[in-house]
Design a protein around this ligand. Structure first.
Ligand code: AMP
Ligand code: MG
Length: 507
């Protein structure tokens, strides 16, 4: 079932009604069977050939495949949906832009999944809107494939993320630094509210809109903090503080998860920071290979603002921008609440550090941290950096060293003087070595979507319009914590250690 669009209830200041602009030859390129099944998409659209659980896109009848391409290119409007483009602002590389908004995306409505949860369904690349600012409203197939692959990999890694349902090629060219095949990607998110959504109204001094947005966010994400939930009655101030605390918790969880798997978002502007704490907008994102907090791949991030190791600071900074938007919702004479907001933001770095070190301890097999562990963890990571050790593969090797003699030997070779120190620390715990290994296996993926494999899939899509590499890679990325038939094919390191690797914004 698709419900029309709850954002419309917010009122006209929040969106523009816009229709996707039809494309000439839509063709289904990638389809997310598992997600489609969870969202009951085929039932919604009355299709037969994709309605069996476990079916996959190659089993579609030609007719159904064409119908899906029509709907997920925006040529046909999904029944009961009401496409809109949302307004938002944002700090881009620290500079405030008061007017961004969905310049190439259409939010169709909300879909109810099999577990009774609603998801926003959005098309991206579906044509210009009132927010396009001269852009063409389109998306190249490369960025569409990257978003599909990376978001699906993140989801499987257990990192909160928006997800893609489809990539449809348009049969039309898009003009960037070169001519590329065009595509429309469809994605779901628990909401499309961004820090920048609040900034749009704060910048205009529109307190009423901020109140509406706060209450909308609470209703969507944490209804237990609503004005009256069960027997609780909450006033304005209380709701504001609860929403802030909720958002802080989500963002902390998200950034620590990114650090756990080695994800670099690449363009962590406030408009690309979803309030829900889901990874959103995969333009120049990449995975870190060799451990180095200074790792940056984005061609436009000259100052390293969004380097791997800076992400916790940036999340803190973005949360401070969100908190500023909430201040007008606190009465002027309520100094206590204003102080509370300030202290909540001031505590973010410590809260991130605490979660980060507990995560890092788990990666190294330490179940319960003691104070001296922080020195050990720092020394180990420093050793990783100095010796240019691959983040994912080294943790895997250490995990295996608990049960394999040859992995232990190799680990000794890599960790050198730190190996016996680490080993005696993990042996000296109240849990068994099997339990230590289980802890490490849970926190250390065996495979990640390495940049050179993502690029190969993108290239084959761009040059040959062939989805095979992307589909093959997806199959492996869906099981990142255990080796499957083809896992080893994706564990290899890039030939040049990604030294020349550069990513570009998907505009
Ligand atoms: P992004 O870099 O994708 O996060 O986009 C930043 C802003 O630019 C958002 O407001 C987008 O809607 C807008 N934008 C990006 N690419 C295009 C495009 N090709 N046409 C119109 N607007 C775009
Ligand atoms: Mg964006």
């Amino acid at each position: 079932m698709i419900s029309s669009n709850s954002y419309i209830g917010l009122g006209e200041r929040f969106y523009e009604e816009e229709q996707p602009i039809p494309v000439s030859e839509p063709e289904l390129f990638l389809w997310n069977d598992g997600l489609a099944e969870q969202l009951q998409i085929c039932e919604i659209l009355g299709l037969d050939s994709c309605s069996n659980p476990g079916s996959n896109s190659k089993d579609f009848s030609e007719k159904d495949s064409k119908i899906l391409a029509e709907y997920f290119s925006g040529n046909q409007i999904v029944p009961d949906s009401s496409p809109i483009a949302l307004a938002y602002a944002g700090h881009q590389f620290g500079q405030f832009n008061p007017q961004l908004g969905d310049g190439r995306a259409h939010l169709l409505g909300e879909v109810l999944d099999r577990d009774g949860k609603y998801w926003d369904l959005q098309l991206k690349g579906s044509g210009p809107t009132s927010f396009s600012r001269g852009g063409d409203g389109r998306c190249g197939i490369g960025p569409a494939i990257r978003e599909f692959l990376m978001s699906e990999a993140m989801h499987a890694l257990g990192v909160p993320s928006t997800r893609c349902l489809s990539v449809v090629t348009t049969g039309e060219a898009v003009y960037r630094d070169r001519v590329l095949p065009g595509a429309v990607v469809s994605r779901i998110a628990s909401s499309h509210l961004r820090v920048g959504s609040f900034q749009f109204y704060a910048a205009r001094g529109d307190v009423e809109a901020l109140q509406l947005l706060r209450d909308f966010a609470i209703e969507k994400h944490c209804p237990e903090f609503g004005p009256s939930f069960g027997s609780e009655v909450r006033d304005d101030k209380e709701r504001t503080l609860l929403l802030l605390d909720w958002a802080i918790e989500k963002q902390i969880h998200l950034v620590v998860e990114w650090m756990r798997v080695g994800f670099i978002h690449g363009v962590l502007n406030t408009d690309n920071t979803a309030l829900s704490g889901e990874t959103i907008d995969f333009g120049p994102c990449a995975m870190m290979g060799v451990y180095d907090p200074a790792t940056v791949y984005s061609s436009i991030d000259h100052m390293g603002r969004y380097a791997f190791g800076k992400q916790p600071n940036i999340i803190h900074w973005n949360l401070a921008r969100f908190a500023e938007c909430l201040l007008p919702l606190i009465k002027e004479d309520d100094k206590q609440s204003a102080d509370k907001i300030e202290s909540m933001i001031a505590e973010v770095p410590d809260r991130i550090s605490e979660k980060y070190s507990s995560m890092m301890a788990s990666k190294f097999g330490i179940a319960a941290q003691v104070s001296s562990d922080s020195d050990l963890l720092n020394s180990l990571l420093e050793h990783f950096a100095v010796n240019k050790l691959d983040y994912t593969n080294t943790f895997n090797l250490l995990t295996e060293s608990l049960s394999s003699g040859s992995a232990r030997e190799q680990s000794e070779g890599l960790l050198k003087q730190f190996f016996p120190i680490w080993w005696s620390r993990i042996v000296d715990q109240e849990i068994s070595m099997e339990q230590v290994q289980a802890l490490m296996r849970k926190n250390n993926p065996v495979v990640i979507p390495r940049n050179h494999h993502v690029e190969a899939a993108v290239k084959s899509a761009e040059e040959a319009l062939d989805p095979a590499l992307a589909n093959r890679m997806l199959e492996v990325m869906r099981n990142p914590y255990r080796s499957t038939t083809n896992t080893a094919l994706y564990q290899d390191l890039p030939v040049d250690g990604d030294k020349q690797y550069q990513t570009f914004c998907g505009t």
